[in-house]
Design a protein around this ligand. Structure first.
Ligand SMILES: Nc1ncnc2c1ncn2[C@@H]1O[C@H](COP(=O)(O)OP(=O)(O)OP(=O)(O)O)[C@@H](O)[C@H]1O
Length: 239
C-alpha cells in the first residue's frame, strides 16, 4: 500500500515551472532517494509534500487521505516529518529543549508522552550525551543529528530528509547513514534528497530523478544509477 501518492502535481514561480506534472507513489516502509541537478526542483517537491507550498495543480494523498489543501501543521500532525537543508535549531536552547519544542508542536500528546518521545529520539539519534548542550555549541555532525532528531520528535511515519549528509567527513557520513538505516529498519518510510550519492544508495531501494521539475525516471536504485538519463543529465557524462 502507498503511504504517499502524487498525481500530476505542478508548481510555478512566475513563469518558471518548478514542478511539472509530478506523479509517483511511495509504498509504505520504503526508502526513496531523489536526485537531480541543482535547481531541478527537489526542495520545492518536498515543500509541496509537507504543505509549506501549495500545489497549483494536482493532488497529494498521504495514508489514503487527500491532503492537497491541508496545512503544513496538520500534515505534520498526521505523520509527515522533515529535516531542512539548512538546519536552524534554536541555538541558545539545549538539544533536549529543541526536541521538546518539536515534539510539543508536531504531535498532539500529553506532557509525559512528549518527554518519553524526546528520550527515545535522543537515544535513536545518538544525542543522549549532548542532551543538555546548547545547539549553538554542536559540531556539524551533531547539528545534522539534531536536525534528524527534531524531525523524529514529531514521530513521523513519513520522514523527508533534505541533503542531510552534505559537508561531513567520510567517517561522519557513515555514522549518520547507520542512524538513518536504523530508523528505516523500524518501519519509517523515508524520502531522501541527497547529492552524496554513495550515502543515498547505501540506504534507498528506489531512486527518482528530477530534471527541470519533471520526473524523468523512477525505479530500482541500481538500475536508475546505471541509466542513460542519470549519466547524461545528472552526472554530465555524454553517452
Ligand atoms: N520561493 C521561490 N520563489 C521563486 N523561485 C523559487 C522559489 N523557490 C525555489 N525557486 C526556484 O525554483 C527552482 C528550483 O529550486 P529548488 O530549491 O526546488 O531546487 P533544488 O533541486 O532543491 O536545488 P538544490 O539542489 O540546489 O538544492 C530554482 O530555480 C529556484 O531558484
Amino acid at each position: 500500500m502507498s503511504i504517499l501518492a502524487l498525481k500530476n502535481v505542478s508548481k510555478s514561480f512566475g513563469a518558471l515551472k518548478v514542478t511539472d506534472s509530478a506523479s509517483f507513489d511511495v509504498p509504505q516502509g520504503q526508502a526513496l532517494g531523489i536526485i537531480g541537478p541543482n535547481g531541478a526542483g527537489k526542495s520545492t517537491l518536498f515543500n509541496l509534500i509537507t504543505g509549506n507550498l501549495k500545489a497549483d495543480e494536482g493532488t497529494i494523498h498521504f495514508d489514503g487521505r487527500d491532503v492537497t489543501n491541508v496545512s503544513a501543521m496538520e500534515r505534520c500532525l498526521t505523520g509527515i516529518g522533515r529535516s531542512f537543508q539548512i538546519p536552524q535549531p534554536f541555538e541558545k536552547m539545549t538539544v533536549y529543549e529543541n526536541l521538546l519544542v518539536a515534539a510539543t508542536h508536531g504531535r498532539n500528546q500529553s506532557e509525559g508522552e512528549v518527554q518519553h518521545a524526546c528520550a527515545t529520539v535522543l537515544e535513536q539519534t545518538e544525542m543522549l550525551r549532548r542532551a543538555n548542550t546548547p545547539a549553538g555549541q554542536l559540531s556539524l555532525l551533531e547539528r545534522k543529528r539534531l536536525e534528524l532528531a527534531r524531525a523524529m520528535a514529531t514521530e513521523p511515519r513519513l520522514l523527508l530528509l533534505d541533503e542531510i549528509a552534505g559537508g561531513l567527513t567520510e567517517g561522519e557520513c557513515q555514522a549518520l547513514i547507520q542512524t538513518i538505516k536504523d530508523i528505516h529498519a523500524q518501519g519509517v518510510t523515508i524520502i531522501w534528497i541527497e547529492h552524496v550519492l554513495h550515502a543515498l544508495t547505501s540506504v534507498v531501494e528506489r531512486l527518482l530523478v528530477l530534471d527541470f521539475g519533471k520526473v524523468i525516471g523512477i525505479g530500482d536504485a541500481d538500475e536508475i544509477m546505471a541509466s542513460r538519463e542519470v549519466k547524461e543529465i545528472y552526472l554530465g557524462i555524454d553517452v
